[in-house]
Design a protein around this ligand. Structure first.
Ligand code: NAD
Length: 492
């Protein structure tokens, strides 16, 4: 029994959550880790009680105190609040790194068994399309802003390299869609290229995300650490779970500078709730990550070894595993039975695989992660020029009618450079076939590339403002240190 007592917030959650959380807590206690568990609520019941965040103040306070949470899945019941309580939790505590290992497990049959799949997806967890900044620009056109910052990118990319270092991994692959989204995914790629030389002992490569999906299906063992933006990471980490046995086996950790939250990748699986049939392995492996995070490396190794022995021997198999092996589901082991078996196996070592014994953060959990290095002094010296503006206008018209009208409205300090429809230039006409959706982006620029003052832009908006339904969105066009801050339209 260790002398240190840890305080951990535990959120049983919804559906099968309480069952898998109970399994994890029992094993951690049996492994001899002294934990003062602080039970807290979040999810469906909280929404139903009228808390629109799904995460009550007491739960937030508990996590602020303990800095570590073990949580079951949370539901966002339809009709109660519109934001997911999971996303709220990740954002409240700025857990910017979502770490999802996918490792071949003994006794779990997959198409890739024997190939040695052992990779970690490090997903940016706060930014990107998940920033949740959405608008209907018109009654018929929805928009979600994709926010990628240099700081957010640097934090997650450094996190990935540091993880590779401490786990003795050899390669970090950045996965982006920089070929299409040059200013958002492109910023992530450029930041990766700037940071990689700080870790010369680790191979760094950049791949386009669609190629990563293809390569993951074809030869997943080639990957080691994959670092990527939020949406890409969401999709490929589920794909990676599928490579090693499915949701019942997929753990995850959400790490921030102060707080870390550990959970299974799977959801509340309501149809299995309360039946004692769910596979707890995903949350158990998440708990192993948690034990390493809080400095209980020995207990983490014991727990991981016991899980691996249990799977390897095949004496305990939950329904999902029995289905995969083609056995009799009636004979499947219950969640409680599986948990008992893991507890009985504490102290044993698997014959065919070893636990990953090196994954503790150097310096222990209190050691700070490397912070972003972008210099404020440099930021202040960036040369900026505003060269124009994109005004999005809702109007039931054609580009042939709108174009000449906007040319008249533009002057005298601005000219209409082009109009695009969903990114494709339609005025001046290019011959490209583009359907119209009653939303036009009109780009106005200084005819001589001069710095355009706000007063000129406001004058333009005033001249446009009388139209109905009229302008809906405005985006300034800058040059930063001589580089345009915006892309051209397709066909321009
Ligand atoms: P789900 O992961 O809950 O279940 C999909 C199916 O996968 C289940 O029906 C089951 O057959 C299988 N499965 C999942 N976990 C398993 C396990 N541990 N053992 C055996 N089989 C398992 O996905 P869903 O049905 O799309 O979502 C249900 C609810 O969970 C939704 O409200 C969703 O919003 C929520 N959710 C929460 C989280 C989270 O808390 N992080 C993640 C995903 C979904």
């Amino acid at each position: 029994m260790t002398a240190i007592s840890h305080r951990i917030t535990v959120i049983p959650g919804d559906g099968v959550g309480p069952e898998v959380v109970r399994s994890a807590v029992r094993i951690i206690d049996a492994a001899g880790v002294s934990v003062d568990w602080e039970y807290a609520e979040a999810g469906a019941e909280v929404f139903r009680k009228g808390d629109t965040s799904g995460v009550p103040a007491e739960t937030r306070a508990s996590i602020e105190r303990t800095k570590v949470a073990l949580k079951g899945p949370l539901e966002t019941p339809v009709g109660f609040g519109e934001k997911s309580a999971n996303v709220t939790l990740r954002k409240l505590f700025e857990t910017y790194a979502n770490v999802r290992p996918a490792r071949e497990l003994p006794g779990v049959p997959t198409r890739y068994a024997g190939e040695g799949v052992d990779l970690v997806i490090v997903r940016e967890n706060v930014e990107d399309l998940y920033a949740g900044i959405e608008h209907m620009q018109t009654p018929d056109v929805g928009q979600t802003l994709k926010i990628i910052s240099r700081k957010g990118s640097e934090k997650i990319i450094r996190y990935a390299f540091e993880l590779a270092q401490r786990e003795g991994r050899r390669k970090v692959s950045a996965a982006t869609k920089a070929n299409i989204m040059k200013l958002s995914e492109g910023l992530f790629k450029r930041t990766f290229e700037q940071i990689a030389p700080d870790y010369p002992e680790i191979e760094a490569e950049h791949l386009i995300i669609d190629n990563v999906a293809h390569q993951l299906a074809k030869n997943p063992a080639q990957f080691d650490v994959i670092v990527t933006t939020n949406l890409n990471g969401d999709i490929i980490s589920d794909l990676a779970s599928g490579l090693v046995g499915g949701l019942g086996f997929a753990p995850s950790g959400n790490y921030g500078d102060d707080v870390a939250i550990f959970e299974a990748v799977h959801g509340s699986a309501p149809k299995h709730a309360g039946k004692d049939v769910i596979n707890p392995t995903a949350l158990l492996l998440s708990s192993v990550m948690m034990l390493r995070h809080i400095g209980e490396a020995d207990a983490a190794d014991r727990m991981e070894d016991a899980i691996l022995v249990t799977l390897e021997e095949g004496k305990a198999a939950t329904q999902d595993l029995v289905r995969q092996t083609g056995g009799d589901v009636e004979q499947a082991t219950s969640t409680t039975g599986f948990t008992d078996m893991v507890i009985a196996n504490l102290g044993r070592h698997p014959a065919t695989v070893a636990a990953r014994h090196r994954t503790q953060r150097p310096g222990g959990p209190a050691a700070p992660l490397p912070r972003w290095s972008y210099e404020a002094a440099h930021y202040a010296t960036i040369d900026r020029t505003t060269v124009g503006v994109d005004v999005f206008i809702e109007e039931d018209t054609t580009s042939a009618v709108l174009g000449p009208l906007m040319e008249t409205i533009a002057g005298p300090d601005l000219v209409l450079e082009m109009i695009s429809s969903r990114g494709t230039m339609v005025y001046p006409a290019t011959g490209l076939a583009s359907d119209d959706v009653r939303l036009w982006r009109c780009r106005f620029v200084s005819p001589v590339g001069a710095d355009v003052p706000d007063s000129v832009l406001l004058g333009l908006l005033e001249r446009i403002a009388g139209r109905h339904p009229g302008w809906t969105h405005v985006e300034k066009l800058h040059f930063f240190d001589g580089e345009p801050s915006y892309t051209k339209a397709q066909g321009q």
